[in-house]
Ligand binder design. Structure first.
Ligand SMILES: Nc1ncnc2c1ncn2[C@@H]1O[C@H](COP(=O)(O)OP(=O)(O)OP(=O)(O)O)[C@@H](O)[C@H]1O
Length: 306
């Protein structure tokens, strides 16, 4: 089984740190989401892992070896970095066949991955006629061509339609279930939580979280209760008197944090506050993610002199 190991990895471009002392491991048999806002360093980390760029310091290895030292790398590691990589004047079939031939991969894999990615019917068309979603699928087909143990996909859902999004989720789950090591970058937490088991979250080149998705939700996604009433003044008074952390939402409803429907329902009923709606909801993952990024911003704010 092949793990990815990143140790003290740093990459500077002209004195600016794109990747700043990253240390993490990516384990086989699960999908690891690699999350971070634009410019957080995800693509740079992928390039360092694939030997396309040299680290300023630290190491990035796959199964214990730097990518450049792997024999028959396409059979070990499949990667999607840039969906525009395929030559537009070639057909998808020709593009994949050339890749297979130059990497000593059996030609029959070409048809297998074309089927797997839903491109079989358009395989003889030139790539320049493809939509962004079709190019994404072709990039994924190329990544899977060598039947690799490790799959690295940079924003694979980019350009896919809703059906494509469901397809990629299913594909990623299957690749992990087959025991492969799957690392998938995205800047969308909601999308990532739909397929990932584990999260690595980056902010400004640094690792902010290395956690199972379930633990992240448990630790950071707080329960909330949503209330609509015909008497907002009475509701606001009541909530304030009982020390509830409440705020008004855009549609006029109230959101009460760290509260339970059972407790609030009883309270409202005893106080005679008319209720139009009382619902339990979990703050979205996206909110939890922003929360994490905000605490990072506080952490990195310049220190005040005493
Ligand atoms: N070749 C380069 N030369 C100079 N700066 C670079 C280079 N590549 C990346 N950077 C800078 O490094 C930082 C990290 O970029 P990177 O592309 O790795 O982020 P990312 O998390 O992949 O973002 P995105 O979601 O936008 O793709 C950015 O500030 C970027 O401008």
């Amino acid at each position: 089984m092949t793990s990815i190991d990143v140790r003290d990895l740093t990459k500077e471009y002209g004195g600016r740190r794109a990747v700043d002392g990253l240390t993490f491991s990516v384990r086989p048999g699960r999908v690891t989401g690699f999350l971070g806002p634009n410019g957080a360093g995800k693509s740079t980390t992928f390039r360092l892992l694939l030997g396309l760029d040299r680290p300023t310091a630290g190491t990035a290895t796959i199964g214990g070896d730097a990518y450049a030292r792997l024999r028959e790398p396409l059979r070990r590691v499949g990667a999607l970095l840039d969906a525009r990589a395929a030559h537009g004047s070639r057909t998808a079939h020709a593009h994949l066949l050339a890749l297979a031939t130059s990497n000593r991969i059996p030609a029959r894999r070409v048809d297998t991955v074309l089927e797997e990615t839903g491109l079989a019917a358009v395989a003889r068309q030139r790539v320049r006629t493809y939509s962004l979603g079709m190019r994404q699928r072709l990039g994924i087909a190329a990544a899977l061509l060598g039947d690799p143990e490790v799959v690295l996909l940079d924003e694979p859902a980019n350009g896919l339609d809703p059906e494509g999004i469901v397809w990629i989720r299913t594909l990623l789950r299957r690749l992990a279930a087959e025991g492969r090591t799957v690392l998938v970058s995205s800047h969308l937490m909601g999308e990532t939580a739909a397929f990932a088991d584990h999260l690595l979250i980056l902010g400004r080149g640094r690792l902010l979280a290395d956690t199972p998705v379930r633990d992240f939700i448990h630790a950071r996604v707080r329960p909330q209760v949503r209330i609509r009433t015909t008497d907002p003044t009475a509701l606001a008074d009541l909530l304030a008197r009982h020390g509830h952390d409440a705020s008004r939402e855009e549609d006029g409803a109230w959101a009460v944090r760290h509260a339970r429907v059972d407790d609030l329902g009883r309270l409202l009923s005893e106080a005679g506050v008319p209720v139009l709606e009382l619902t339990a909801r979990e703050a979205t993952l996206e909110e939890a993610y922003l929360d994490l990024t905000a605490s990072e911003a506080e952490f990195t704010a310049p220190r005040q002199e005493a």
